[in-house]
Design a protein around this ligand. Structure first.
Ligand SMILES: [Zn+2]
Length: 479
């Protein structure tokens, strides 16, 4: 089937170059190509004056923020493809579609979400995602283009760098809490709140409790909104209130503005917040308990902080002989937890996963997800029949099956995940900040909801270095 409701994506990287006429030419070329291919164009999206490589914090639909390239048109294109409103993508050039690897990955995810893949074409012929080789090639090209863009960005931001060196405020953006709009004058009413927040942390209050109390007191953020874990966290851990200048994420020196907290207090507050995040100040529960499995004897690993039988390696998970396990598998708790946490958070932060989870958690799309699962399951049966009657090859069958299986698994996950209250509250705020604040017991429940099958822990091949590949997603054997 040739796409009849394709998206034509046009982009000019910078309006200042006076290339607006270029868009007209792009559209003409695009339509000509569509005609030649026999495609129908249903949506023309023009992105003006946005940069495909500059990342900014953008607001996700649920109100949290994430670092993404600012490309509303591109995002809308993806949404149209994902929802099925559009059935193909036609762009001028790969360069104009995805200059940031993350954008490309999002596009690949959408393209691969259908069987067969959603067709993608470009006038210059550089964008093809029809098979794995194309996808690999696209990744390489985008990685190269991304580097070139970053080099340019570096030159452009000279001016900001200079301001930073001098410790002056960068200007632009929203006002910092505790300071006036000029960035250097303290707003005393807010500075008092900051000092109170810092003291509350040192007194052992959680960021969540602080946010609640601020709400109760009727204190609002600079945007006039309600405080949450994320805003409390960023206000207290950011160097601004300690009178330090940050540039590209690094503290570059003393700022020209006065501090609200002295360095000692600020350091203590940060220390306390990160301790809480690591769980070292709470009684520790090993939150991977129940989610790690031994591939040798199929038993569950047990979290263990008593290390009497071993040399001092700290807490471990192991296939406990006391509980009938084989005793052959063990892994340092810090290694396993670090790795699973990284994967879980990366996964939850993928925009499509995040959005699907949020909408699933919001309730009424549940029926739709159930219907989709049923449909996918039917499609699997049809495919199996087609293979059995030799209408498709084994390769085609397994490829299609892999994709549909994944889709079913994802959808099932949403159904499960929508239940726990914890996951909903995690998704309602900044995922990383929320996770950092979470008690181990709650982390365990979230993990169990999102990845119910858990992970295998394979034997270590090297003694000293932890190999992340030891931790592998556990797939249940076929029923
Ligand atoms: Zn075992």
């Amino acid at each position: 089937m040739k796409p009849q409701r394709a998206v034509l994506l046009l982009r000019i990287s910078d309006d200042k170059s006076g290339d607006a006429a270029g868009v007209g030419r792009q559209e003409e070329d695009g339509r000509r190509l569509a005609h030649r291919l026999g495609w129908g164009i249903a949506h023309v999206i023009v992105e003006n004056d946005t940069s495909a490589f500059k990342r900014r914090k953008i607001r996700l639909p649920d109100g949290t923020t994430a670092l993404r390239t600012v490309r509303p048109g591109f995002r809308r294109g993806l949404d149209l493809l994902a929802s099925g409103e559009a059935d193909g993508l036609l762009a001028y050039d790969l360069d104009r579609v995805a200059r940031d690897p993350r954008d490309l990955e999002d596009l690949i995810d959408v393209v691969e979400s259908r069987t067969p893949r959603i067709p993608v074409e470009s006038v210059s012929g550089s964008l093809r995602l029809a098979n794995d080789a194309d996808v690999t090639m696209a990744r390489v090209m985008v990685a190269v283009a991304n580097k070139a863009s970053r080099d340019t960005a570096r030159r452009v931001s000279r001016k900001h760098e200079q301001l930073a060196e001098q410790g002056r405020p960068g200007g632009g953006g929203i006002r910092a809490f505790g300071y006036e709009r000029d960035g250097v004058t303290i707003r005393e009413s807010e500075a008092e709140v900051v000092r109170w927040m810092a003291q509350a942390v040192l007194d052992g209050q959680s960021l969540n409790a602080i946010a609640r109390e601020l709400a109760a007191r009727g204190v609002s953020t600079v945007r006039g909104g309600k405080w949450n874990i994320r805003s409390v966290w960023s206000t207290l851990t950011g160097p601004k209130i300690a009178g330090l200048r940050r540039f590209r994420g690094e503290i570059v020196g003393k700022a020209t503005w006065p501090a609200i907290l002295d360095m000692d207090t600020w350091e203590q507050v940060r220390q306390r917040i990160s301790e809480r995040a690591l769980g070292t100040s709470n009684k520790m529960v090993r939150w991977l308990t129940g989610s790690l499995w031994c591939p040798l004897c199929q038993g569950r690993l047990t979290g263990n902080s008593v290390t009497s039988t071993r040399r001092n390696v700290g807490p471990i998970y192991w296939c406990s002989t006391e509980r009938g396990g084989c005793g052959k598998i063990s892994v340092r708790a810090s290694h396993a937890e670090g790795e699973v946490e990284r994967r879980l958070l990366d996964y939850l932060e993928r925009p499509e996963v995040f959005q699907a989870l949020v909408s699933a958690a919001s309730g009424d799309s549940m029926e739709q997800v159930r219907a989709e699962v049923a449909e996918d399951e039917q499609q699997l049966k049809d495919l199996a029949r087609m293979w059995a009657t030799k209408q498709i090859t084994l390769g085609e069958y397994s490829e299609a099956r892999r994709i549909i299986d994944q889709r079913i698994k994802d959808a099932r996950m949403y159904l499960v995940a929508s239940a726990p209250r914890l996951l909903r509250s995690l998704l309602a705020g900044d995922v990383r900040a929320g996770w950092a604040e979470m008690e181990p017991v709650d982390r365990r429940d979230v993990l169990a909801a999102v990845i119910p099958d858990g992970f295998w822990v394979y034997p270590a091949e090297k003694r000293r270095v932890f190999d992340p590949n030891r931790i592998r997603l556990r797939q249940l054997p076929e029923a």
